[in-house]
Design a protein around this ligand. Structure first.
Ligand code: NAD
Length: 504
C-alpha cells in the first residue's frame, strides 16, 4: 500500500523560487488542513520568505503568503461587493469570493530539507533547471544537477510511497531518471511519480495560479500512478474546476510544457520577423498585428513586436527542445525551433545597432539611459533580460556612461549580471561606465538617448523624459532607407517606442 491511498496531510516543496514559493502558497491557502513546507538550501531566501519583504515580487503574493503563513484569528470575508466598492485589500481582491474562517498557519519556509522530506506524503520538486553551461550539450541541454540533487535527497530520506511531483520544467523522460535514482537508493520501494508542469507567468503568478487555464497531471498507467494523480487532483480541485484538471500520460505532460513555451516564443519571433520587413517597406507592424490577431484562428495574444522574449524560461526550454530533438535523431525539428532563438537574437542586435547608427555610429563621450531592466513589467526578475543583450552591444562602442533605472529590479540583481559584463569590459574601460540610479529623471538627465527596454506602464509617456535629454545630431549618412525620419525616431524600428529619445 502506498501513501497515495491516504489523504495528503504533509507536502514538502523543494525550491523556494519564483515557482515553488507562489505555488506552495496557493496550494496551502486552499487546503488549510494540509501542512505545506517549502524548503531551500538558500538561507537568505528562506529568511526573506519568513520575513516582511518576500524575495520575489508578484502582485497579491504578500497577502496570500501572510494568510497561509501567519493564519488569521478572525474570519476574513471577501465578497465581490466589497471588491467592487474597492474596500478589499490585495489578497481579498485576488482571492475573490473566498469566505475565510479563522485559520491556523499551514505554510512554512525552512532550510531543514532532510527532516521536511522525511515527513512528507508528497514532494513537489521546484528547483532550477537552467541550460547547461559546460560539457556535453553545453548551451542547449538542461542542467539537471539541482533536480538530481533534490531527487537523491528524496530517495534517501522520504517515507516509502511518498508521491514525487515534477514541477520544474524538465526534458521529456525525466520521470524515468527519477525512477532510476529511486531504484538505486531504495530498490523495490514504490514512489509514484507525477509530472505537473507549471504554466504561471512572472508578473501574474498569483492570478495564474488562482485561475489556471488547465492543470496538467501526467502519471504512469499503473494503479499507484492513477491513485497518486487523483491525490494531487484533489488538492487542486479545492479551487480549480475539475473540467480544467487534465490527467494525461506522463511523457505527454513533460513535453507539453516545452511545447507550450516553444509555441509562445515562436509567435513572438514570427511577429518580430514581420517587424523587420515593415521597417524596410513602410508597413506598420502594430497595424499588422492587430489585423492578423483578429483572425480567431490566430488570436491577438503574444503578437507584440519588440525586443523579443527574455526571462529564464523561453530560451532554455527551446534550447532543451532542440537538444532533445537532435539527440533522438530529428535534426530538422531541432533546426526549426533553433530559428525561433536566432530570430530573437537578431531582433536585439538590430535594435542595438540602430541606436548606435542613430548616434552617428559612435557612443564615445555619450551618455545612454536604459529605463527598465527586468525581462518584463511587474517583475523584479532580470534573468535573460533583453536589456542585458542590448547593453552588451552598446558597451562595445565605449560610451561615457550608461545609466540604468528599473522600478523593481534590485541593485544587487542588476549588479550580479553586470559584474560579469563589467569584468569583461574592464580592460577597455577602466572607470566602468555603468551606473544604477534610483531616480528615472536623474538617469535621463543629459542623456543622448533613452532606451525603454522593459514595458513598464510608467514608461509609456516618454515626453517628460524627452525634455531632459540632450539634442543629438542625426547621422550625416542618414538616407531614409530605414523607413524613419528624424522626427519619428520615437516610433522608430520596433514600433514600440523602445528607442524613446534622440531629440533631433
Ligand atoms: P529559482 O531559481 O527561482 O528557484 C529554485 C530554487 O531551488 C533556488 O532557490 C535554489 O536554491 C533551490 N534549490 C536548488 N536545488 C535545491 C535542493 N537540492 N534542495 C533545496 N533547494 C534547492 O527557479 P524558478 O524560476 O522558481 O524555476 C523553478 C523551475 O520551474 C524551473 O524548472 C523553471 O523552468 C520552472 N518554471 C519557471 C517559471 C518562471 O516563471 N520562473 C514558470 C514555469 C516553470
Amino acid at each position: 500500500e502506498t501513501a497515495a491511498n491516504v489523504p495528503i496531510r504533509n507536502i514538502c516543496c523543494i525550491g523556494a523560487g519564483y515557482v515553488g514559493g507562489p505555488t506552495a502558497a496557493v496550494i496551502a491557502l486552499h487546503n488549510p488542513h494540509v501542512r505545506v513546507t517549502v524548503v531551500d538550501r538558500d538561507q537568505k531566501r528562506i529568511d526573506a520568505w519568513n520575513g516582511r519583504h518576500l524575495p520575489i515580487h508578484e502582485p497579491g503574493l504578500v497577502d496570500v503568503v501572510r494568510l497561509a503563513r501567519d493564519g488569521s484569528s478572525e474570519g476574513r470575508r471577501a465578497s465581490s461587493d466589497q471588491a467592487e466598492a474597492g474596500a478589499m485589500d490585495g489578497a481579498s481582491r485576488i482571492i475573490g469570493t473566498v469566505v475565510e474562517s479563522a485559520r491556523m498557519p499551514n505554510l512554512f519556509f525552512s532550510t531543514a530539507c532532510v527532516e521536511t522530506i522525511g515527513q512528507a506524503d508528497m514532494c513537489l520538486i521546484s528547483v532550477n533547471t537552467p541550460t547547461k553551461l559546460r560539457g556535453v550539450g553545453s548551451g542547449r541541454a538542461t542542467d539537471m544537477a539541482a533536480f538530481e540533487g533534490a531527487c537523491r535527497d528524496i530517495a534517501i530520506h522520504a517515507k516509502a510511497g511518498t508521491i514525487l511531483v515534477e514541477k520544474s520544467t524538465v526534458p521529456c523522460k525525466t520521470g524515468q531518471l527519477i525512477k532510476d535514482i529511486m531504484e538505486a537508493h531504495r530498490p523495490g520501494v514504490v514512489f509514484p511519480i507525477l509530472s505537473n508542469p507549471e504554466f504561471l507567468s512572472e508578473g501574474t503568478a498569483v492570478r495564474d495560479l488562482m485561475h489556471p487555464d488547465r492543470v496538467v497531471i501526467g502519471c504512469e498507467s499503473t494503479i499507484s500512478g492513477h491513485r497518486a494523480a487523483a491525490a494531487l487532483a484533489n488538492l487542486y480541485a479545492t479551487w480549480v474546476p475539475r473540467s480544467r484538471i487534465a490527467p494525461i500520460n506522463i511523457w505527454s505532460s513533460e513535453l507539453c510544457k516545452l511545447a507550450a513555451n516553444a509555441m509562445l516564443a515562436q509567435r513572438i519571433s514570427s511577429i518580430n520577423s514581420i517587424s523587420a520587413i515593415c521597417e524596410r517597406t513602410g508597413a506598420d507592424v502594430s497595424e499588422i498585428a492587430k489585423s492578423v490577431g483578429m483572425d480567431p484562428r490566430i488570436g491577438p495574444q503574444f503578437l507584440k513586436a519588440g525586443l523579443g522574449f527574455g526571462g529564464s524560461c523561453f530560451r532554455k526550454d527551446i534550447a532543451s527542445l532542440t537538444y532533445l530533438s537532435e539527440s533522438i535523431g530529428l535534426p530538422e525539428v531541432a533546426a526549426y525551433w533553433q530559428q525561433v532563438l536566432t530570430m530573437n537574437d537578431f531582433q536585439r542586435d538590430r535594435f542595438a545597432r540602430h541606436v548606435i547608427a542613430t548616434l552617428n555610429n559612435s557612443l564615445r563621450g555619450k551618455k545612454i539611459t536604459i529605463l527598465g531592466y527586468a525581462f518584463k513589467k511587474n517583475t523584479g526578475d532580470a534573468r535573460e533580460s533583453p536589456a542585458l543583450d542590448v547593453l552588451r552591444i552598446l558597451l562595445e562602442e565605449g560610451p561615457r556612461r550608461i545609466s540604468i533605472y528599473d522600478p523593481l529590479c534590485s541593485v544587487s540583481d542588476i549588479k550580479r549580471e553586470l559584474t560579469v559584463l563589467e569584468a569583461e569590459y574592464a580592460a577597455c574601460m577602466p572607470d566602468g561606465p555603468i551606473e544604477i540610479v534610483s531616480d528615472p529623471y536623474v538617469a535621463c538627465t543629459d542623456s543622448n538617448a533613452v532606451l525603454v527596454l522593459t514595458d513598464w506602464d510608467m514608461f509609456k509617456n516618454t515626453k517628460p523624459i524627452a525634455a531632459l535629454s540632450k539634442p543629438v545630431a542625426m547621422p550625416e549618412t542618414y538616407d531614409g532607407t530605414t523607413g524613419t525620419t528624424p522626427n519619428d525616431i520615437l516610433h522608430v524600428n520596433l514600433h514600440m517606442e523602445q528607442l524613446a529619445i534622440n531629440k533631433p
